[in-house]
Design a protein around this ligand. Structure first.
Ligand code: NDP
Ligand code: PYR
Ligand code: MG
Length: 588
């Protein structure tokens, strides 16, 4: 073999391409690359000493034992004390609690994730109720808004228009190979905060940390991606610290072609079974992307489908408190976009399956209001396609209050992204014709919630059943404590993803979402109901996720869409055994 490295590389490629590989296939797919396609030269080495301490996957900080310090050239690089992971956790939680500004906690947690991954996940798992609002909504929203200035080390993969024609190569730059879940955004509708362009990266990073902490997916199998096609946010375009492309968003053919290149590259690089979760795309792309790729890829839109599944779960659970079946309700939504119409459609499907009524009929119990008022048949021609099934016969109504008084809903759901829209009059109206009005203020972050928990309870004199997208603290009203629930898709996507992965699913179907809803609803206990909750607390979320995964897995096998055969007998056990544990490993 030549000593010229280029020559070696060429020999290697041509040898492999000729198929003389000793029967061993190239798992990285580089055999399939054309000769003129550039490949990344991967090197695998054993980390020790300083490099080991700087690798977040293996770093244990002061928890390295004397034996490990000796064997891995760490002696002297650390102070002499040896701390257990539990003591490290206690210390880190103590440090975090010193910060009074939530964003400072966020930055400290991101630093920890980059320094010591296992400790980060142990903290998150053991203190989920306390830390969820930091790594996720509401704080992640503020983090995205200020991403340019808090940005230290890049996380995730940035794919911008500059990489057009080379997306496959960019994917190959990511250091991990066995990717199982990708969360991708183009940053155009970040929570209810609008277009944050490239700074939306906080969302895929946060969602994937929940895939690991709540659903047990290995961190190395998770890939956060931000597609940067520009931004229409003038403030960002004029910000000298903005981290993304300073140009207006690509649209039309240019956008579609770029996304198509991305989806093809993902499948080529990671195969058929990688789950792609679309997150926080604007609705003018979200519905189209989902319908375009749902029959060729394992794709899932969290805002449309995950939100639908979590809300349906709450409604199924609420049947016990309200003594009413789903078909007895009348639903009114403020907001007719991804979340609103996604939820509406899954409710209609569930009622249709339960009662045997055609879905066109079950839709008639569901009404939606958008920025122009109640969606009614006289508006049909001018409506976006995802709103059209909800255009029922009714005279036009401009305002929410008018719609509430006209429709008299039993359930009011906010998915508008606009805060304070469930006014006192609206909530009081709900309380006049419902003994127990069910009010869901789903918009995130907290600043965009349609009403607060306190408002919901006081304006209904303590009769509301309330849940919100971002968490609210318990409320004292007339000597009684009310516990607001959190209706957020993070109850669903980690368990759903685990179920899809463990069964080797190749497609996502509505029946899997329904299975996830039933599984989540079945986890609400009598004690939770007594507290006024329609969702179980997050403290047991890994157990909940295992149950959701088992139900989704069972449905995947039933539908013939599972590729991990034969089907394991006990799917809950299977799910639990698949889950990542953040406990430190011992090094030889
Ligand atoms: N809790 C959870 O798990 C989730 C919460 N969400 C939250 O839901 C919100 C909406 O998300 P999404 O559905 O994706 O967004 P979309 O942009 O797809 O939809 C927003 C909808 O709200 C309507 N709207 C906007 N302003 C008003 C207003 N002043 N009065 C009445 N309607 C209005 C829009 O009307 P028009 O069509 O006329 O423009 C549109 O129909 C966001 O805040 C998001 O964070 C989303 C997913 C999950
Ligand atoms: C929770 C979520 O996905 C959203 O607000 O967009
Ligand atoms: Mg979202």
């Amino acid at each position: 073999m030549s000593s010229n490295p280029t020559q070696i590389s060429d020999d290697y490629v041509s040898e492999n391409r000729s198929g003389v590989g000793g029967g061993i296939s190239d798992v990285y797919g580089e055999d399939l690359a054309t000769l003129d396609q550039l490949v990344t030269p991967w090197v695998t080495s054993v980390a020790s000493g300083y490099t080991l301490m700087r690798d977040p996957r293996y770093n244990k900080g002061l928890a390295f034992t004397d034996k490990e310090r000796d064997a891995h050239y760490l002696t002297g690089l650390l102070p002499p004390v040896i701390l257990s992971q539990d003591v490290q956790e206690k210390k880190m939680m103590h440090n975090l609690r010193q910060y009074t500004v939530p964003l400072h906690r966020y930055v400290a947690l991101m630093d920890l994730q980059e320094r010591n991954e296992r400790l980060f996940y142990k903290l998150l798992i053991d203190n989920v109720e306390e830390l969820l609002p930091v790594v996720y909504t509401p704080t992640v929203g503020e983090a995205c808004q200020k991403y340019g200035s808090i940005f230290r080390r890049p996380q995730g993969l940035y794919i911008s228009l500059k990489e057009k024609g080379k997306i496959l190569e960019v994917l190959k730059n990511w250091p991990q190979r066995g990717i199982q879940v990708i969360v991708v955004t183009d940053g155009e509708r970040i929570l209810g905060l609008g277009d944050l362009g490239c700074q939306g990266m906080g969302i895929p990073v946060g969602k994937l940390s929940l895939y690991t902490a709540l659903g047990g997916i290995r961190p190395s199998a998770c890939l956060p991606i931000t597609i940067d096609v520009g931004t229409n946010n003038e403030k960002l375009l004029n910000d000298e610290f903005y981290i993304g492309l300073k140009q207006k968003r690509a649209t039309g053919e240019e956008y579609a072609e770029f996304l198509h290149e991305f989806m093809c590259a993902v499948k080529q690089n990671y195969g058929e079974k990688v789950l792609v979760q679309f997150e926080d795309f604007a609705n003018h792309h979200a519905f189209e992307l989902l319908s375009k790729y749902c029959s060729s890829h394992l794709v899932f839109n969290d805002d449309i489908q995950g939100t639908a599944s979590v809300v349906l779960a709450g409604l199924i659970a609420a049947q016990k408190v309200l003594g009413k079946s789903l078909s007895d309700h009348t639903f009114l939504f403020l907001g007719a976009g991804e979340a609103g119409t996604g939820i509406a459609e899954l409710i209609a499907l569930k009622i249709s399956k339960e009662t045997g009524t055609p879905i066109d009929e079950t839709r008639k119990k569901i009404w939606l209001v958008d920025s122009k008022g109640l969606i009614v048949s006289s508006r049909k021609e001018s409506l976006q396609h995802f709103k059209q099934p909800w255009a029922h016969d009714h005279e036009p109504v401009k305002e929410l209050l008018g719609a509430v008084n006209a429709i008299k809903p039993t359930v009011l759901i906010g998915t508008s992204g606009v805060g304070k829209t469930f006014t006192k009059e609206v909530v009081e109206a709900m309380a006049t014709f419902n003994e127990k009005p069910l009010i869901l203020a789903l918009s995130n972050p907290t600043s965009q919630a349609e009403c607060t928990a306190e408002e919901a309870y006081t304006w209904t004199e303590g009769r509301a059943i309330f849940a919100s997208g971002s968490p609210f603290a318990p409320v004292e009203y007339e000597g009684k404590t009310f516990f607001p629930g959190q209706a957020n898709n993070c109850y669903i996507f980690p368990g759903l993803g685990l179920g899809l992965i463990m069964s080797g699913a190749i497609r996502v179907r509505d029946d899997m979402l329904l299975a996830a809803s039933e599984a989540l609803a079945s986890q609400v206990t009598e004690e939770n109901f007594a507290d006024g909750l329609i969702y179980p607390p997050f403290t047991n979320i890994r157990k909940i996720s295992a149950n959701i995964a088992a139900s989704v897995g069972a449905k995947t096998y039933e539908l013939g869409l599972a590729s991990n055969l034969p089907r394991p007998k006990d799917l809950v056990k299977m799910a639990e055994s698949c889950m990542y544990s953040p406990v430190y490993r011992n090094f030889r």
